[in-house]
Design a protein around this ligand. Structure first.
Ligand SMILES: [Zn+2]
Length: 425
């Protein structure tokens, strides 16, 4: 069911021109708000957001390269990536030499059209497969780009699920990048899938799902909502989750908060291979804002990205299309993040009420070493760690046990009146 929503979302909006401030971006937000209701934050173009400025709204109605006999060699109609995002308008005859300076290619992926953008410089440009370069044999060409810079609003979509506490976990993905899928509609799809599941139940934490244009969107959102920053306890950035690669966990800047430990524990418990990297070591994105100077919300990133460029072979090209993502991978990622959230939701600090070692068999707490040697061996060590300073997860990690098993066991202490639960503040 959910994988249907995720795949349908991708199929329906992947081809839209989702440039950072654009009609395409707004359309994509409108589509998603029909699946999960969104509060839309609007920030006027030109607004100062901390040290940044919101760029103008941009669109391109047409873009072509023609030879002087009128033959079209490149046409925006054929693919949305053929024009550089935020290209200046142009209509002139140029030499081959000048044209080549404005053609962007990806030699490592010669058959694909690259994604190029210049949001804050002023330049014009086209994007072509590298193996097209040999087509430009003549001396002069007509270049034509009918693009527009306009007034408008940068938009951010926010979906809130209130929990028992105001302590909030932010789940963030970026919705920009025209006509690409894994970067980062896959993160958006997983975010929507998670919101659907968490919306069905009562939660301890409050969740804010935030859909932004990369970097400037997070900066605009947080700089305009500074007073809510202290409510955010953790952040989870989701990206590049639909391709066929192993998961990667990039730790927060702090590196050892409850969300770092929970995510690492869950990744390990799957028994599958995964990448583990420090802050900014696997894939660089908006955690630099959320976990950055003056904000510093511990923000992990979950992806299937390889460290370094390109994060996957089709990265930032026209080959990043629906064929490289699968419902299976999206579902697997959604379930993984949900497990991290479920762990955080249920983790607590057990506080001992007993004195002396517990008469285990008298309370039905004895564990047979023949059926469960690992837990049986750890019993005393668990009993010695209920002084109110360690959470279940910390105890499990210290003793190299599974969180679920330790939770189930310590829950019995609480049920029998031998301990109380304290939420980690
Ligand atoms: Zn990207």
């Amino acid at each position: 069911m959910l994988s249907n929503i995720m795949i349908k979302l991708i199929q329906n909006i992947w081809l839209t021109r989702r440039d950072i401030v654009s009609d395409g971006f707004d359309e994509a937000l409108a589509y998603i708000s029909k699946i999960i209701p969104l509060k839309i934050h609007k920030v006027p173009i030109g607004s100062k957001c901390w040290t940044w400025k919101v760029p103008e709204k941009w669109s391109a109605a047409a873009a072509r390269i023609e030879n002087l006999r009128g033959k079209t060699l490149l046409n925006l109609k054929d693919h949305p990536l053929h024009v550089m995002s935020y290209s200046l308008p142009i209509d002139k005859i140029v030499t081959k030499e000048e044209l080549l300076k404005h053609l962007h290619t990806r030699p490592d992926r010669p058959g694909a059209i690259p994604f190029e953008f210049k949001y804050y410089e002023r330049d014009w440009g086209f994007c072509v497969p590298h193996n097209w370069l040999e087509r430009f044999k003549e001396d002069r060409y007509r270049v034509f780009i009918d693009s527009k810079f306009e007034k408008g609003y940068l938009k951010i979509g926010e979906h809130t699920i209130k929990g028992r506490t105001k302590e909030t976990i932010a789940v963030i993905a970026h919705l920009c990048h025209p006509a690409m899928v894994n970067d980062d509609l896959s993160g958006v799809a997983v975010l929507v899938g998670l919101a659907k599941e968490l919306g069905k139940r009562k939660n301890y934490f409050t969740y804010k799902f935030v859909l932004v244009p990369e970097t400037i969107g997070s900066i605009a959102y947080l700089s305009r909502n500074e007073k809510i920053i202290p409510q955010f306890k953790y952040g989870i950035f989701l990206e590049m989750l639909g391709n066929d690669d192993i998961h990667g966990l990039q730790l927060s800047r702090q590196g050892d908060t409850a969300i770092d430990r929970a995510a690492r524990h869950v990744m390990k418990s799957t028994g599958k291979e995964f990448r583990l990297g420090g802050f900014r070591e696997i894939v660089k994105n908006d955690e630099m804002v959320w976990n950055g100077p003056g904000v510093n919300i511990p923000t992990i990133s979950v992806s299937r990205a390889k460290p370094g460029f390109p994060h996957y072979p089709e990265y930032h090209t026209s080959d990043d299309d629906p064929s490289i993502v699968s419902a299976e991978r999206l579902n697997e990622s959604k379930d993984l993040v949900l497990k991290v959230i479920n762990l955080l939701e249920r983790d607590y600090v057990p506080v001992r009420k007993f004195k002396g070692p517990i008469f285990l068999s008298g309370y039905g707490l004895w564990v047979d070493w023949r059926t469960n040697p690992k837990l049986s061996h750890a019993l005393e060590n668990i009993m010695l760690r209920m002084e109110g300073d360690k959470s279940i997860l910390e105890i499990a990690d210290e003793l190299d046990l599974d969180f679920e098993e330790v939770l189930a066991y310590i829950d019995k202490f609480v049920e029998k009146g031998l301990a109380t639960r304290k939420k980690r503040s």
